[in-house]
Design a protein around this ligand. Sequence first.
Ligand code: FAD
Length: 440
Amino acid sequence: MLARVGFGTIKRPPPTVPCTGDCGTHSKFALLRNTRQTALRKHSHPLARSNLFVSPPSPNRTNLPKEIMAFPEFPWKGPSQSFVTHAQVLDYLYDYQQHFDLQKYIHTGCTVQHLKVLTTTGDNADQPVSCLSPETEHWPRIRLDWTIAESDGTAASVSREFDAVCVCNGHYGVPAVPELDGLKEHYKGRLMHSIAYDDPAVFAGQKVLCIGGRASGSDLAREIAVHADAVYLSDSVAPPMDETGTPVTKYNVAWVPKTTAVLADGSVQFDLGCNMNPVVDVIVFCTGYDYSFPFIDEETSNISLDFATGSRRVQPVLEQFWHAVNPNICFAGLPHSVLPFPLFELQMTAAVRQWQDWTLPTDKASRMVMAAKDAASGGEGMVNGRMPQDTHFLGPAQWDYCRRMAEYAGTYDDEMENYIATNKVSCRCVAAVLLLLCCL
Ligand SMILES: Cc1cc2nc3c(=O)[nH]c(=O)nc-3n(C[C@H](O)[C@H](O)[C@H](O)COP(=O)(O)OP(=O)(O)OC[C@H]3O[C@@H](n4cnc5c(N)ncnc54)[C@H](O)[C@@H]3O)c2cc1C
């Protein structure tokens, strides 16, 4: 039977594919607009029509210019500034939803409580197999239980089975805070995570240590430095110190090595014999977030998923995306230090295409080997300048990742290459301009 579904014609019954994630940015949009995508990509790149760098980032604005945050089929219509407010991003997403008439597919106010991979053998042998399974395999269907918040304050419960599930619950909500020797015993100042950061002015006159020097750490250090007495930006990839152990210092910001301990006198010790041992008023952990899937339970979900707190790694997943054992479950947005909107959109387009025509390995054993390799892609120990917890850190590797995703999606062509290459150049320009702003 030929079944017409939201994303093309397939020789199977129509699949049911929800995306867990309430008003998440990417999932539903990508699934539902796939047929329009190739045609809409014919738009010229938005950068061609924009004036970049009109206003620099600030705490309440994006840290990427809107021109490279746009979905290619829906360029921003305004405002004129490149670094837009969070409310403007929300408006953009709502406009997208309206433009493509997606509201009817989205159920807000629903919280997924439990995911269960159904068994296709034993007591539940009558459970249907996902209609998206390739010919050589039987992927079990998945049951989701969710609650709907009612206006009277009560919650209704719903249970439904699906052929595939996109898990898009966001990965910037559970702060990751590493252990630090002596912190509990000796530190008397204020402790916070960057998730709680709002107003740099509250640091006026203080000595502030930002632990973690990636996107959040460097943004916060730059902003806080305007108000604080001194800022220490600590990271294992800090630039080399001179022979006396003096770190690179610009104005009131010192770029110090990794923080190793809080000493008995309350001062902070940095790695590599750094000669600074400040007593700081505030420590801001800019150390990222832990992955969290509270609706997946080792005992009851019938799926193996390792995302232990502190591990910064979800496995076993293929290409940081498809579950290796149950490939009809994917996890959008695991990669970080990337251009999120374009990359996550490519992921979702790849999911849709692969579920119509699976070209990745069709045996579980090969997929597990591939997933193990992907999980170690950050390297064990320091490999290629990356730490093991960096499985999902892509940075410069994101462009090849986008190419692979486009290939899985069947959309890799000259135009796609142009799009990816333009994003790469644009990102480099943004990084260079921000660096320049820091040095002024
Ligand atoms: C400090 C900071 C600054 C950033 N700046 C930028 C920037 O300038 N530009 C940029 O492009 N990106 C930026 N990002 C990244 C961007 O925010 C994310 O990439 C993006 O939000 C990911 O979208 P998502 O849809 O995957 O997840 P989210 O936007 O987090 O959406 C997840 C949704 O899932 C819902 N949800 C969670 N659990 C459940 C459940 N059990 N049931 C139902 N729903 C659930 C949540 O309520 C939420 O609505 C920044 C991130 C951080 C932390």
